[in-house]
Design a protein around this ligand. Structure first.
Ligand SMILES: Nc1c(NC[C@H](O)[C@H](O)[C@H](O)CO)[nH]c(=O)[nH]c1=O
Ligand SMILES: CC(=O)[C@@H](O)COP(=O)(O)O
Length: 222
């Protein structure tokens, strides 16, 4: 098992730069569960649930007449595969967002060999690449990274809106989560603040969203 991230010096740096992220797991749990259900867990139910895809906690809650509440796990990332589509336009920003995303995947124990990074010219090109990856069947979620920064004309609106609606429809048509990690900023300062500056690293936050959604789909919505 990997060393506890909390004890390494790189983890200390990560904690400070990603202070808005939940703490990384110290060890991987054995199964994805819904942690906020506190119903009793009869042994028979738990055994039955082990044989199915349903977590024992969810099964117990359902049998007790409670509702099911399904949620992805941030700790059980075993086997999850991610495609990352990153735009080179405003590369000084998107490189930092990508770095934040990759550090987050590592921190949450996603294996490097389960991550494929695809580079595209600009944010406008992200959706078609995301859709292609999504439909390949090789990934559990696609993380889309870009930085659209306002210029003098209305070009900004066209690119920003296309990227947002395109990533949405890529996810809907591929049937897997396509996560929107594209900054839409008025100026470079705003962008850098969100790429590891004082507003955090939105690439790191988007990677966390990708993990949760991939887990939700793998464990509960498959
Ligand atoms: N202005 C920005 C762009 N523009 C480029 C487009 O994304 C696209 O590559 C071009 O129109 C060719 O299809 N891209 C960004 O990612 N960010 C911008 O601020
Ligand atoms: C959106 C942009 O950053 C740029 O490519 C277009 O800038 P402008 O609106 O000044 O032509």
């Amino acid at each position: 098992m990997a060393a506890s991230p909390a004890t390494s010096s790189s983890a200390a740096m990560l904690s400070s730069s990603f202070s808005r992220l939940p703490d990384a797991p110290l060890r991987a749990p054995r199964a994805a569960t819904v942690s906020f259900l506190f119903s009793p867990r009869p042994a028979a139910l738990a055994a039955g649930a082990r044989a199915s895809r349903i977590s024992p906690v969810v099964a117990a809650a359902a049998a007790a007449g409670g509702h099911q509440r399904l949620m992805g796990s941030l700790t059980n990332t075993e086997g999850l595969r991610f495609g990352v589509v990153v735009a080179r336009f405003n590369e000084v920003v998107t490189n930092l967002l990508l770095q934040g995303a990759l550090e987050t995947f590592e921190r949450y124990n996603v294996k490097k060999e389960n991550i494929t990074v695809v580079s595209v010219p600009g944010s406008f090109e992200i959706p078609v690449a995301a859709q292609k990856l999504g439909k390949s069947g090789k990934f559990d979620a696609i993380l889309c990274i870009g930085a659209v920064i306002r210029g003098d004309t209305t070009h900004y609106d066209a690119v920003a809106n296309s990227a947002a609606s395109g990533v949405l429809s890529a996810g809907l048509s591929a049937g897997i989560p396509c996560i929107f990690g594209v900054l839409t900023c008025d100026d470079m300062d705003q962008a850098l603040n969100r790429a590891g500056g004082k507003a955090g690293n939105k690439g790191a936050e988007a990677a966390l969203t990708a993990i949760e959604m991939a887990s939700l789909f793998q464990h509960h919505l498959a």
